[in-house]
Design a protein around this ligand. Structure first.
Ligand code: SF4
Length: 964
């Protein structure tokens, strides 16, 4: 993207003034850019407001040496290396990382233009507040003072839960960890982030099936797949560089590619078998495939016998999904699904890949578990080439999830129990009673005290209801009165008409972001809105976790631009204001009063995240991996010689024990063909040892080198003593274990890592060796069931496959049956779904503010099947209204295409800045409006939340469409 081509020959960008380059080659380049409001005034604003720093440096840049600095693309979870070319502190050019095993010198359009993400002239340049309807520039000191005072007043009047801390999938790991800790010190579990609404149903479904809620293998390991099954994912657009790996398997192994999606996507265009199915029927589709597998005895019986519990119950449910019933529900002919089943059976190991098409449903946790069961039945788990390769979205949504920016857990999935708080207070060196005192206590129904420290907070998907719901129906005493949206795009959430109301009801709205985001303009507030400029990840340093669980270290490319500050500095400013900075940073080195040392934060989470093995990845080890990328094999990810010999690239978690222990990282989860010390694993013993009289532990199978040659439970100190292995502990380890809970101390709470070290030395997995469970008895649907969407036009199926009764979860009432009982399908006959485009990411503010990307995709649109369009009198390229059954409507351009089947419409979700037909460009601070604005699909998207995680439903609602 940054190459200007002359006669087809690429040349390097000129080493001259960045601003003159922007002025000459970007501003006047397209008429739409002129129309978008970027004029000389925009450039003048840069030099008037901090751009002078950049400009002054640029003047001398031409004479200085170019320094190459490695960073990682911030636009998706593939984790492509960006080599930034920096002269005199100015980022003047970039190359894709050729040594990176993830991207092998490739970038997609977003990665190739990521320099503009940092240098973007549409960034928020200084703190601002809205006063009397006008944006006013303020200082950081004024901002922190006013916001801090306002929050402390709200806290005094309504309690700590009346301030909601909404974090980011864009935080690096250190920022994510610090953010969750920060919320704990403020005294609330009303903290969450984007993962709630992209893969929470994956994390819950997968973790509850076999132990960990993450991608089991890696993008690179797909090279070994003999078949590739993608459902509800469009990596050709959402994770473009991942296609390198998928297509390598297709070409090298002749691996058939099966793509199941309601929409014929760019990924489907590569498929050997495209399965179009009705949105929201994933469970029925998977059971329809399994029906053929069971009917023909094609399942892996030995794998199931030794490593799976509950498959008999699955078999009983699957028996209901004969080809006729499957076709009635999904629309897919039985003959096609038999072919799919045969293909998967004949080409083992195969991988199953899914994304948000599978997760964003009211029964999303059922979908993710059904996908897992398919792989268990095929015996495709714990093997290279197999696994569930779940592609996460944002660059660090995996890390931010692992580090606990979530309302239901502390870092490392420890939960919110007394034990979890005990563990983290030990890591933090904090007085647990002081922490408890920071939280509110409410009365439960019996009038007993209920401390909210142990209760799940409101999830991001429901923050609107936290503001608008009657407190009498909530499990906290007062509504949310202040929202902090820290690196979060509000247009990625459904029900935007109600969101507007909620934003207007708040006492205070604080946006912390490199860009103003739709939060700046969605509402009609005249006061009480603050915009604080955060740095991009190119202006700080730290680790980021790719979808495959590898951690990569980003070096700082440039100093903070304009008046922006890194997230960790902004958190320190607030902590100082609130008076507990000394506590928060007790164990963290400070470079000055407001600058925590990033490596020191890494070391603090290294010392506490034993559950998922974020303990071995010291900053030094991660930096060494980045520096020696070329030594890692591009398929196995293992270093061949060199300083990291034998380790896996990025030390994919779990990287057990202390850094000094030198664990290799775990490339493929649950792979028993390797010793645990070398990246092998069993399924986790997480759900007890017995169920319904059955043994839940593995039956006679174990990792290579295991001294326990059968299933075994998770390790505790008592277990080491029983096995006679406690003598292997050092005196220091023994003392640390005794200080926690003596014999009760387990592999997750032992701060010395001794229990893990000794278990692994004997060839065992610290978390035990169990069967995966195909039936999750703790969930609303223990066996995954098909349930019709809340808004369905298949009224004939509602009786057979009803949704849930209304429930109460995460402090709020949640509606199911009371919506589904109403028939909206006569007025809203078309199914509405949504998804990604290659040019943009997430809510799109960053990428729509990038001129290189903006020119590629200038209009928001809706895809309509020509049959529907002709019946509705709609022409290609014309403006139409799309309205959802809750009344939200958007005015967009019609694209007539057979990508969608008749009766289905699709809209991308990256647009914002128009609302129900009105252009809101004038509401942005001057010079900070994205080039491209458009309607948000989520204005028309409706209510609906997963029964376990509160994931929002965006893939199967209804709409009506008419010519505008
Ligand atoms: Fe790579 Fe994803 Fe960035 Fe594209 S968006 S360059 S695939 S990390």
């Amino acid at each position: 993207m940054l190459r200007k081509k002359t006669n087809g020959v690429a040349r390097r960008p000129q080493r001259t003034s960045i601003l003159s380059q922007i002025g000459e080659k970007t501003v006047d380049r397209r008429a739409f850019l002129r129309g978008s409001g970027l004029t000389i005034g925009g450039l003048a604003a840069i030099s008037a407001t901090g751009g002078t720093v950049t400009q002054a440096s640029a003047q001398t840049a031409a004479n200085a040496a170019v320094e190459n600095i490695k960073s990682v693309c911030t636009h998706c979870s593939v984790g492509c290396t960006v080599v930034a070319e920096v002269q005199n502190g100015v980022w003047v050019g970039q190359e894709p990382g050729w040594d990176s095993p993830f991207n092998l010198g490739a970038h997609c359009a977003k990665g190739a233009s990521v320099r503009e993400h940092a240098h973007g002239e549409r960034r928020l340049k200084y703190p601002m507040k809205k006063e009397g309807g006008e944006w006013k520039r303020i200082s950081w000191e004024q901002a922190i003072d006013e916001i801090g005072d306002g929050m402390m007043n709200i806290r005094a009047e309504s309690g700590p839960d009346s301030v909601y801390w909404l974090g980011s999938a864009k935080h690096n790991n250190e920022q994510a960890y610090l953010f969750r800790k920060f919320a704990a010190y403020w005294g609330t579990n009303n903290v969450d982030h984007q993962a709630r609404i992209c893969h929470s149903t994956t994390v819950a479904g997968v973790a509850n099936t076999w132990g960990y809620g993450a991608m089991t293998n890696s993008y690179n390991d797909i090279h070994n797949s003999r078949a590739i099954f993608i459902i509800g994912g469009n990596p050709a657009e959402a994770h473009p560089v991942s296609l390198l790996h998928v297509l390598r398997a297709k070409e090298q192994n002749n691996a058939p590619l099966i793509v199941c999606d309601p929409r014929f996507t760019r990924t489907a265009a590569h498929a050997d078998e495209y399965v179009r199915f009705r949105p929201g029927t994933d469970v029925a589709l998977i059971w329809g495939i399994l029906w053929h597998i069971f009917d023909n005895g094609w399942e892996d019986k030995e794998f199931i016998r030794t490593r799976v519990w509950g498959m008999d119950q699955i078999r009983t449910e699957v028996a209901n999904w004969n080809p006729e019933e499957t076709e009635r529900v999904t629309g897919v002919p039985g003959s096609q699904l038999k072919r799919v089943a045969r293909t998967m059976v004949n080409n083992r190991p195969g991988t199953v890949i899914w994304c948000m098409g599978g997760t964003q449903h009211t029964n999303g946790n059922n979908n993710t578990r059904a996908y897992c069961v398919l792989q268990l039945a095929l015996g495709n788990m714990g093997t290279s080439g197999g696994g569930t390769n779940i592609f996460r979205g944002h660059d660090n949504v995996q890390g931010a999830t692992d580090l606990g920016v979530l309302s239901h857990t502390l870092p490392g999935y420890y939960g919110l129990s007394a034990g979890a708080w005990g563990h983290w207070s030990r890591v933090w060196g904090e007085d647990l009673d002081w922490l408890k005192g920071q939280f509110a206590t409410i009365k439960d129904k019996e009038g007993k005290d209920k401390p909210l420290i142990n209760e799940r907070g409101i999830p991001v998907s429901r923050w609107i209801d936290g503001v608008l719901e009657d407190p009498a129906n909530m499990d906290q005493d007062n509504n949310v009165r202040a929202m902090v949206l820290w690196g979060h795009a509000p247009n990625s959430q459904t029900r935007m008409t109600e969101m507007k109301t909620a934003m207007e009801k708040l006492d205070m709205l604080v946006v912390i972001d490199p860009y103003p985001t739709v939060s700046a303009v969605l509402h009609d507030r005249t006061d009480g809105v603050y915009l604080l400029p955060a740095c991009t990840q190119f202006e700080t340093r730290g680790s980021v976790t790719a979808s495959n669980r590898s951690l990569q270290w980003r070096d700082k490319v440039v100093d903070p631009l304009f008046e922006s500050l890194p997230d960790e500095v902004i958190m320190a400013k607030f902590a100082n204001k609130f008076g507990w900075a000394d506590r928060l940073f007790r164990n963290i080195e400070m470079e000055d009063a407001e600058t925590p040392n990033v490596e020191s934060i890494t070391r603090e989470f290294n010392s506490g995240l034993w559950t998922i093995g974020y303990t071995g990845q010291s900053p030094e080890r991660l930096k060494s991996h980045m520096a020696n990328q070329h030594t890692f094999d591009r398929t196995t990810l293992q270093a061949i010689g060199g300083p990291n010999d034998g380790e896996y690239y990025g030390l994919p978690w779990p990287c057990w024990g202390t850094p000094e222990m030198g664990h290799t990282g775990t490339p493929n989860l649950y792979d028993m063909s390797k010793p645990v010390a070398e990246g092998g694993l069993t399924f986790r013993a997480r759900f007890g040892v017995e169920r319904d009289g059955d043994n839940l532990l593995a039956d006679g199978v174990y990792s290579v080198g295991s001294e326990i040659q059968d299933g075994y439970p998770e390790f505790t100190m008592q277990m080491l003593m029983d096995l006679g292995w406690d003598g292997d502990l050092t005196a220091e380890e023994r003392a640390a274990i005794d200080a926690v809970a003596g014999p009760e101390t387990n592999w997750k709470t032992d701060l010395s890592g001794g229990i893990q070290r000794v278990a692994i030395a004997h060839g065992c997995a610290p978390f035990g060796n169990a069967k995966a469970r195909a039936v999750v008895w703790t969930f609303p649907d223990p066996i995954p069931l098909h349930r019709e969407p809340l808004y369905t036009n298949r009224r004939d199926l509602v009786e057979d496959y009803p949704t849930y009764e209304d429930r109460h979860a995460y402090r709020l009432p949640t509606l199911y049956a009371s919506i589904q009982k109403n028939d909206f399908s006569k007025d809203y006959p078309i199914i509405l779904t949504s998804g990604r485009l290659v040019e943009y990411e997430g809510g799109g503010d960053e990428t729509r503010s990038n001129p290189w990307l903006a020119e590629l995709q200038q209009d928001m649109f809706v895809e309509i099947n020509p049959r529907d369009a002709n019946n509705l009198g709609i022409r290609d390229g014309s403006q139409v209204w799309v309205e959802g059954p809750e009344g939200g409507k958007v005015k967009v351009m019609a694209m007539l295409t057979n990508r969608v089947g008749a009766g289905v419409a699709f809209m991308p979700f990256h647009f914002g800045g128009h609302f129900q037909g009105e252009d809101q460009r004038h509401k942005y601070p001057a010079g900070a409006d994205p080039y491209v604005l458009g309607e948000s699909t989520n204005t028309a998207q409706t209510y609906g939340y997963d029964s376990v995680t509160q994931m929002q439903e965006t893939k199967a609602t209804l709409c009506k469409i008419w010519a505008a």
